[in-house]
Design a protein around this ligand. Structure first.
Ligand code: UD1
Length: 369
């Protein structure tokens, strides 16, 4: 069986790494296609090295552009690759433009699509990622879900249960794999991060695109920075928006984006995280670090119901929430957050492939364990 993995943006890389490793251990043929959605070494190359992902077999080099242009470039560039490679499965990850574009092309070429991290919904169609999630899940033949609530969502949308496999969270596989190495990098020590530190990551259009909102977010963070250290590794689009908007940071410490290992070490050493990232909501839950998410909704409700995450819809409450937050005595462990999700992904793919070949009539992919 031949898998063709499609990745493009930073949050894809910790997802493909454990799946590629588990598939390699099973002896499957694999090809990695990087769309080039993210291209800077600090957003892409060093993630491949740290996560030990083999260099991509193909890089489509699409780069940054408007959503329509970026998606169109991926669609156009990936078609001949899929036609030449003729994989048994195209495996796509998460909710970025590369995920949706690849799923669309594969589905039209009648190549089955497996979606890792299927079934997540914020219910907010102003988020570009929500559109990507909905389209990708409509097209995927195998929907690999990280949590049981995602299965309920998909069933509610009419997806047959035979196409849904609960595999758990592959991000947590990467996190557990990286923890010992991350600690040995000494990044937290170098950056002088301790429990007094509030670690911030923000890049979503809803927080950074409007100058009024960006200024209000910075004001709320400055209030916290009057009492304790606020460290802000900034995504390139955030830094660009801060410059364009002329927003000046006074006490907040802005630093370049961290590598994967540095970020893991920084999170586990920090007292609190403030974010709008999906991955950070999950990683802080698994590390037992209180997390405040500056969004009106989340596609990862399990990080609230079972984890350490809190949505902050009123910026005026942020500093008090941060002040009152405490680490839980033990880190939460939602079902399937056990470091073995990628093995279940590979098992589900093999089972689905047997089903496609007609070996197992009436096969069911649910509850692969
Ligand atoms: C993308 C994903 C988002 C994910 C985020 C993580 C979509 C719709 N969005 O958003 O879900 O959370 O990645 O990082 O796919 N840039 C660089 N260097 C790079 C990449 C980007 O400087 O290597 C700058 C460019 O100015 C670019 C901007 O960042 O225009 C935005 O990049 P883009 O990939 O379009 O979207 P993200 O905001 O990164």
């Amino acid at each position: 069986m031949k898998l063709l993995h499609v990745v493009g943006a930073r949050p894809n890389f910790p997802k493909v790494a454990p799946v590629h490793r588990a598939a390699a251990a099973t002896g499957l043929d694999q090809v990695i296609v990087h769309t080039g959605q993210h291209y800077d070494d600090e957003m892409s190359g060093r993630f491949f090295r740290e996560l030990e992902i083999p260099a991509p077999d193909v890089n489509l080099g699409v780069g940054s552009a408007s959503h329509a242009k970026q998606t169109a470039r991926i669609i156009e560039a990936i078609e001949p690759v899929l036609t030449n490679e003729t994989p048994d499965w195209v495996v796509v990850y998460g909710d970025v433009n590369s995920t949706m574009a690849a799923a669309l092309v594969a589905a039209k070429l009648l190549i089955p699509v497996a979606h890792v991290e299927a079934g997540l919904r914020s219910g907010d169609r102003t988020m570009p990622e929500e559109i990507n999630r909905i389209v990708t899940d409509r097209l995927a033949e195998l929907l690999l879900i990280p949590s049981k609530d995602a299965g309920e969502t998909l069933r509610g949308e009419g997806v047959p249960k035979e196409q849904i496999a609960f595999v758990g969270n592959v991000m947590i596989d990467s996190l557990f794999h990286a923890l010992p190495v991350a600690q040995s990098t000494g990044a937290a020590k170098r950056l002088e991060i301790d429990e007094d530190t509030v670690l911030v990551t923000l890049h979503r259009p809803s927080n950074v695109d409007s100058t009024a909102r960006l200024s209000a977010v910075v004001d709320a963070l400055e209030l916290i920075a009057a009492e304790r250290r606020v460290l802000f590794p900034a995504h390139p689009r955030t830094r660009q928006r801060l410059n364009e908007a002329g927003v000046v940071l006074r006490r907040i410490e802005l630093i370049p984006p961290l590598s994967y290992h540095e970020m893991v070490d920084a999170m586990q050493a920090s007292g609190v995280a403030v974010t709008d990232s999906g991955g950070v909501q999950e990683e802080t839950t698994a590390l037992g670090i209180p997390c405040f998410t500056l969004r009106d909704n989340t596609e990862r409700p399990i990080t609230i119901s079972e984890g350490t995450n809190t949505l902050v819809t009123d910026l005026g409450t942020l500093s008090e929430l941060v002040r009152a937050s405490r680490r839980p005595a033990t880190a939460p462990r939602p079902d399937g957050w056990d470091g073995r999700a990628a093995e279940r992904v590979v098992r589900a793919l093999c089972q689905a492939q047997r089903g496609r070949l007609g070996v197992a009539q009436g096969h069911q992919f649910t509850n692969v364990s």
